[in-house]
Design a binder for this molecule. Structure first.
Ligand code: PMV
Length: 315
């Protein structure tokens, strides 16, 4: 049996949309931070058939289809025919836009690499994890990570790389505000397809978002939270706009989400440095530094509808 741990990540510059559905190749590059508090531990062993449990419960058919597709690609890539028993444990809500697929496929890839004695390096691990879930390509690293979209049709140049280690900016914090821990209504894969195929603003967002990568790297390099936050909020809001103007329109944001966004904006008006980002779900991640953490946590106590608050350092 092999066991591996991986952490979820939150994109500051988002991935949303594929140029190749099968190889999970993104239309654009993205940049993330890996979150120390959101962990998946995965155990894997050889077995007669493929099976998967998450937090001790047999995976749903929908999840199993995704994992079987990944395992089939894995077997094909490495010329294997074994089946696997997979047990995965998350210390955070699964499939509620908290990147459980990122940490899940990253942990599974690392565990399979160990079990099958493949000796893959980080770049190869990133490319294999990508086949399970695009964002998983970034979760094989800690710290600050860029997933380069790559240009090759076979995906051979589409992998993530660490740009700064976690100790480069030890004061940085992400406060994860869970307003809904149940499963999301529409999978990110399906929602992405709809945005790519129907959103009139999609291509413009891709261009603008790509242009944010360089200034975002500079913001991190200078440890400039305001510069980072302005870029992250713009990128997140424009990504959600591509969902809203899709046909049919997709909306992951709820009243509770918007209450947290308002709180972040109000805190900023009173000179508390904090910014928000939101993925394919209603939960909000507040980006700040350790000196503002307590004040933000106090303020969150007064907001209706908050189910859970998780403070994370960079992993
Ligand atoms: O990797 P997926 O299919 O879970 O997609 C993740 C998409 C976002 O979380 C919304 C953005 C991102 O870059 O992580």
């Amino acid at each position: 049996m092999s066991r591996a741990t991986a952490c979820a990540n939150i994109a500051l510059i988002k991935y949303w949309g594929k140029r190749d559905e099968n190889l999970m190749l993104s239309t654009k590059s993205s940049l993330s931070v890996t979150l120390d508090s959101l962990k998946t531990v995965t155990e894997v062993e050889f077995s007669q058939t493929d099976s998967l449990s998450i937090n001790g419960i047999k995976a749903s058919d929908e999840v199993l289809v995704k994992f079987t597709k990944f395992l089939d690609q894995f077997r094909k890539k490495f010329g294997m025919n074994q089946n696997f028993l997979i047990e995965s444990f998350n210390n955070f809500p699964t499939a509620a836009g908290l990147a459980s697929s990122a940490s899940g496929f990253a942990a599974l890839t690392v565990a399979l690499n160990d079990l099958c004695k493949l000796n893959l390096d980080k770049k190869e691990l990133s490319m294999v994890a990508r086949l399970g879930s695009g964002s998983a390509s970034r979760s094989v690293y800690g710290g600050f990570v860029v997933w380069n979209k790559g240009l090759n049709t076979d995906g051979s140049d589409s992998f993530a790389e660490q740009i700064f280690t976690s100790d480069y900016w030890p004061e940085l914090r992400v406060i994860i505000v869970v307003v809904q821990s149940s499963k999301k209504k529409i999978s990110s894969s399906r929602a992405m397809q709809i945005s790519v195929n129907t959103s009139p603003s999609y291509n413009d967002w891709v261009k603008r978002s790509e242009l944010r990568i360089k200034p975002m790297i500079e913001a991190i390099e200078r440890r400039n939270l305001d510069a980072l936050g302005v870029l992250a909020e713009a990128d997140c809001l424009e990504m959600h706009a591509t969902m809203h103007d899709s046909v049919p329109s997709i909306n992951y944001l709820t009243d509770k989400t918007l209450r947290i966004v308002d709180l972040v904006k109000n805190l900023r008006r009173s000179s508390v440095q904090c910014y928000f980002t939101i993925d394919a779900g209603p939960n909000v991640k507040i980006i700040t530094t350790v000196s503002n953490q307590e004040l933000i946590l106090q303020n969150l106590k007064n907001v209706d509808g908050v189910e859970q608050v998780i403070v994370s350092k960079i992993a």
